[in-house]
Ligand binder design. Sequence first.
Ligand code: ATR
Length: 273
Amino acid sequence: MMKLPNGQTLCYGIFGYPVKHSLSPVFQSFAFNQKNINAIYVPFEVKPEDLKDAVKGAKALSIKGLNITIPHKESILGFVDEVSEEVEKIGSCNTLKFEDNTIKAYNTDYIGFKRALEEKTTLQGKKALVLGAGGTSKAIIYALTNAGAKVYLYNRTIEKALKLKEIFNIEVVEKIEDVLQYVDIIVNTTSVGLKDDDKPLFDYDKIAAHHVVFDVIYKDTLLIKKAKEKGAVGINGLPMLIYQGLESFKIWTGVDAFDLAPQIFELLTSYKP
Ligand code: ATR
């Protein structure tokens, strides 16, 4: 039976620009429904120049929690009252909680990534090659280094990688091939692979069976398809998306909904907007 909103319905949502393709409203609404929480989850398209007003508006409207996505993950920090320890270090945030007149910022991307990767491998003492040095990369490097893995970072623009070296205890590599065979884990955090005709980041035929390959893109990219073909473990970004969302859900509601992950996985795999 569909539950209709009423006067006590709480409001959650996501700020992004664009936000039309976000899968968060689909599965967060499903989770609220399954856990019998009287709440709705709304996509809000917020232009960068309107972000400050949007946050003020959200507070005024008693919105309880928000996910924050591209391109606001860093700029949002100028409008919050408190940041969690990981946000302090990562410098970007994907979750806000509104409580007692304060706005607190969290980052659940790193937890989502860690959980998705740890389903397939341990991290302590492992060597990981991270491709890309943007916002997502920082959350992933934080997760890997915190879990005791050694990170080798490659970025097309080396200056950006060198900046991250100043924050995290990592190595920067100029050529992917220099460390490819030596590492256990390969993580793509760039947008390369989103389009089927994107030029590969390196020769994917060099992936070996001992590798665990992770791509933050929500579908099986050429990288992931090749990894599986070579007998390596290939993980796409869908489990990470689900886990970061369920972690946000827990921060907002105090309810652990991780038992819903398999159903959400099914829902999103077959989801056609
Ligand atoms: P996000 O917040 O999703 O991580 P971002 O901050 O825009 O996104 O970062 C995008 C990353 O993908 C960057 O590391 C970028 O490399 P540059 O720093 O050199 O721009 C990387 N990237 C995007 N397109 C790429 C391409 N065609 N080849 C290699 N790297 C690419």
